[in-house]
Structure formats: C-alpha cells, structure tokens
Design a protein around this ligand. Sequence first.
Ligand code: PLP
Length: 419
Amino acid sequence: MRFSDFSDRFHPGSGILELMDDLSMTGGSDRKTFMLGGGNPAAIPLMEQCFREEMQAVLADENRFEQMIGNYDAPQGNKRFLRSLAELLSDEFKWPVTEHNIAVTNGSQSSFGILFNLFSGKFTDGTSKRILFPMSPEYIGYAETGVRNDIFEARTPIIDAESHGDSTFFKYMLDMETLNLDSTHGAVCISRPNNPTGNVITDQELSELCSATRSADIPLIIDGAYGPPFPSILFREATPVWNENIILCLSLSKIGLPGLRTGIVIADRELIQLIQGSNAINTLAPGRFGPTLVNRLITNRRILDLSRDVIQPHYFKRAKQTVSAIRELMRELPVRIHVPEGAIFLWLWFPGLPITSQDLYLRLKKRGVFVLAGHHFFPGLSGIWEHAQECIRISYSGDPEQVFGGLQIIAEEIRHAYG
Ligand SMILES: Cc1ncc(COP(=O)(O)O)c(C=O)c1O
C-alpha cells in the first residue's frame, strides 16, 4: 500500500508507540518482567473500591446506565458533568469558570492533538507559528501530535545541582533569559507537575510565564494531568492558577481511570467552541462513561478529599521508598535524582554515562526491565544535548517489590556500563 506523508507520524520509532507497546507486552509472557516504564496509575485499593461503588450507584439508578451506554453525549461533553465541574472550580479556586469554559475529550492526549494543531502552522496573517516548550524535558506524548512537521520548539532548563543540601538530587529551573517569545510562537505549553521529571514549576516561575505569554498575546497551555484539582499529586506547595489566557488540560486517568479515556479542557469560550466542533467532526461526541462515573464525586467534592487523603499520600510514600532504594542500590554510582515534587515518576541522571539512553533501555529490556529512555522527552529541541542521553524515567506506581527488583537490575547494568 502507498500512504501519504500523513503516515510519517505513525512510524514504529515513535517513543509513545514504544511505551504503549511495552505496556501491553508485559502481560501474558512467562518471563519475569519489571514494569517501570509506562504511565499507568497505581492500583490503590481505596480508589478501586470507590469507583466500584460509583458504578454500582450508576447501575442502581433507573436511567443513568442506559443513558450512559445508549446515547451519544453533547459534543462539548456531558452537560451535568460540565456544570458540576464548573461549580467545583469556581467554589474551590474562585476561578471565573462556567460550563461554557469546559469541554470533555477522549483523554487529554487527544486534547493536545487538537490544541497543538490549533496554535501552530500557518496563520491567516501569513505567519507560521510553533508551540514552545519552555523547559525540556517534556512529556513524550506531545511529539508527533502535529499534522504538520516541525511544529515544536523547546528550551533547555537551568540545572540546579547544588542547592538541595544533598548531592543525590538536582532540579531543573525555568530559564527566562532564553525564553524569547516572538511572532513565531503560537502557544507555550508546560506540564505541572512535569512528566518525566516530577518537577513542579514554582509559583514565581508560573507567574513569569503567565506575564510573558500575556505580553506576547499567546495562550499558556498547562498540562495538569497530575495536578490540582485532581489527582493533585504534589509534594510541594503549588498554587493552582487559571485565567482566560490559560488553557488548563485535566484528565481522569491519573485518579485511576485511564481506561475510560476522559480528558478535560478549561479555557476561553471561543476555544471551547472549537473543541466542541473538533469533537463533533472527529468523534461525534466524547465518551460518556468517565463523566457519568465521577459526576457524583465532583458534586459532593469527595474527589478532592480522595486526592488529598488517598492518592497524594500513596504516591508520596512510594516516591520516598523508591528514592531510598536507589540510594541503597546505587550507593557508589554517580546517579542523580530530580527532586521528586509531584507526579508518579523519578527522573534519573547518570552524568557521563558511556552508553546512550536508548542502549541502556535496550539492555534493560533484554533483562525484562522496562524503563523509558531519556532522549524521547525532548520534543522540539534542536541540536544535540548530551544530557538527554544520560537520563531515564522510571515509574514508581507499580508493586514495590517489582520496582525494587527492577532497580536492582538497573543498578547492575549501570555499574556494567560505567565499567
Ligand atoms: C503529562 C501527561 N499529559 C497527558 C497525558 C495523557 O493522559 P490521558 O490521555 O490518559 O488523559 C499523560 C499520560 O501519561 C501525561 O503523563
């Protein structure tokens, strides 16, 4: 078969395809595997119990189950859900949000597919624009979402390797000096908390990004897949922010419902209407299962309590355990860990690593350990940055024994690589 250029986007070398493939490969095989790669959330018994109860309530209702499976939703998303969420956001955060500022999508991955194409490429004034990631590394899933080539640009961060009172840690910081926004940028996008690093940009950094994007008259896209109001996997203070120049993307995946494919966009009304149009044209309507299942949790605000009292403490504990395990297993190795400030991953940096991150990934995969090679997380970065080849991402959301077992093998391979 012969395909158009459009097929280039779906080539087998894409990082996100590799990741999702690895994620599905681990089941069903006899070989012992250690899944530290994918983005699956942890199976938290209290959350699973809660979702089961919500499902039972949907089933017990006279109409809700039949409506959920038997009717298309509105292209903007389930009306009851939009109203409940708008109420939660305006009550809890005092944001000037109504149901007209919210749209549902089939997972936030698909939200980014729409947003990045709306704000990049050719504009009616004759200019060509790109999406800027102000602080690499950034989420692997952004790469290849553009229908045109070359729609991303990225900046490198300042590496703060000193100020943590502990030489195991380092932290990326936004370099405002190199931001340089101009008419070639259509939007700026940042994940907060960041996937892959677990970094959370400070309120000050966020405020500077807000001012810079406002002055340049372009929107700031904040990927809140791990942020507030839910799942709010934050290990440091970070104020949630929204205004009409911010496009906040949320998801139900990391509260424990990735199978339901529900993304949420909170933005200016004009943009919400475009997303509504895109939903109608591309998928008729977004899925109805997620909004129906969590609507009661949003109305009674239990989703906030669960995020604060169950989800956040779970990951905080797991992050601490995983850091301790790395310290113990790699005591004599030159490993540095990005300060875990949120999300569900640790980002490990091996300065001067004699092999590439892809070689390390392949060596580990051979031994049944799945991690993510660091170089995938730099969409839009031009030139060679050796640092990108010296890092890997590991997820600590899996069973602790599996994570520990995987780390033992990683330590062996790293020792071997340094010779
Ligand atoms: C930072 C970030 N954004 C977006 C997504 C996409 O999430 P979903 O499409 O499941 O809502 C993920 C998934 O891992 C993520 O880590």
